[in-house]
Design a protein around this ligand. Structure first.
Ligand SMILES: *Cc1c(COP(=O)(O)O)cnc(C)c1O
Length: 353
């Protein structure tokens, strides 16, 4: 801490990203990245000519990408705000729409707490049920904005669209932010509901299903007035928030619908295989609609399993937090990576008994 630190940042507990080791020696199942590369046309777009154009600023209106997103999502460009990762969309939304308090689940994406603290908002934590599912009734009649990750992280459980709509209807005077980072792995998107509900903002990312975590590209979808408010924050923060190359490859990614449907299908298939193999080893897995499994073993403490896997070259994510200490979040990697995971787990369990 410097002598100059402002009280504004003094009490912050920043987000802790999953480990990103420099050596490529680990099997990385800890940050929900895709095991597959971005689509071929995404890679082709990254040519020398575009590199040379980096001397120019990027398009602050992101008009080509917004147009392409609008067509993909069947909304209008004025319904979309493009951001530097969806974390930035969430940050802008907290800044734009939350006044004193914001509500979210006790077990969900860790960044909500961080943004609440950053913007001096009180966080109203709504406990998940004992089985880690969301009870929509707990979200009805709120007198503050609220954010729901659907599918939720790190549980992977998803809420049907009918429940999202029921929550919207019960909170017509409050904004609901739905974070759909994992929706392409088995959830149902609430984007169509943005046409009927002006109290709904949907946030999505290119990081997970589109294999572009390193490009930092996300977006928010909502009624045009909501988007104008987000744009007000964006133009007050960093109008060139997306670099030229990411704008370009985002557009290329949207033109590769088939490729990404295939990779998502493959990940879903690997998830089913992994869940089955884990169950045979005695693990309990929640029912995941995401590209990870949340699993615990009755004979293996969560933190110990994380440590022992790391020592064997496999990184998973352990959260040292109440209710979920026994669990690890395991990203679905390639078929080979998951086979290796199962072999290592078998060995660890045999050594234990
Ligand atoms: C990964 C993730 C995000 C954000 O990812 P970006 O890379 O910033 O787009 C947002 N919400 C949840 C629940 C996530 O898991």
């Amino acid at each position: 801490m410097s002598r100059f630190q402002s009280t504004r940042i003094a009490g912050l507990a920043p987000y802790t990203p999953g480990e990103q080791p420099k050596e490529q020696t680990y099997i990385k199942l800890n940050t929900n990245e895709s095991p597959y590369p971005p689509a071929p046309s995404v890679l082709a777009a990254l040519n020398r000519e575009e590199g040379e154009r980096l001397r120019l600023y990027s398009d602050p209106t992101a008009s080509a990408l917004r147009q392409a997103l609008a067509e993909t999502l069947d909304v209008a460009p004025e319904n979309i705000c493009v951001t530097n990762g969806s974390d930035e969309a969430l940050s802008f939304a907290f800044m734009a729409f939350a006044e004193r308090e914001v509500a979210f689940a006790d077990i969900t994406y860790g960044f909500y707490q961080v943004f609440a603290a950053l913007y001096k908002l009180k966080a109203k934590l709504i406990p998940l049920k004992a089985d880690f599912s969301i009870d929509p009734k707990d979200y009805m009649g709120l007198d503050m904005p609220c954010v729901i990750a659907n599918p939720n992280a790190p549980t992977g459980l998803s809420l049907p669209l009918s429940d999202i709509e029921a929550i919207l209807q019960a909170n017509l005077k409050q904004l609901l932010i739905v974070d759909e980072a994992y929706v392409d792995f088995g959830g149902t998107s609430a984007v169509p509901l943005t046409k009927r509900y002006d109290n709904l903002l949907v946030v999505q990312t290119f990081s997970k299903s589109r294999a572009l975590a390193g490009a930092r590209l996300g977006f928010a979808v909502g009624n045009a007035a909501l988007i104008q408010d987000l744009e007000r924050v964006r133009y007050s923060t960093n109008p060139y928030n997306i670099n030229r190359l990411s704008l370009l490859i985002g557009e290329a990614a949207l033109s590769e619908k088939r490729y990404y449907e295939e990779t998502c299908k493959r990940i879903i298939k690997t998830r089913a295989w992994t869940k089955d193999a884990l169950s045979r080893l005695g693990f309990v897995c929640l029912d995941s609609a995401a590209n990870f499994l949340f699993a615990k073993h009755p004979a293996y403490e969560g933190a110990a399993l994380y440590r022992d896997l790391k020592a064997r070259g496999i990184l998973v994510r352990h959260f040292d937090a109440a209710r979920i200490r026994d669990y690890n979040r395991i990203t679905i990697g390639s078929e080979e990576e998951m086979e290796r995971l199962i072999v290592v787990l078998k060995e660890l369990l045999e050594r234990q008994s």
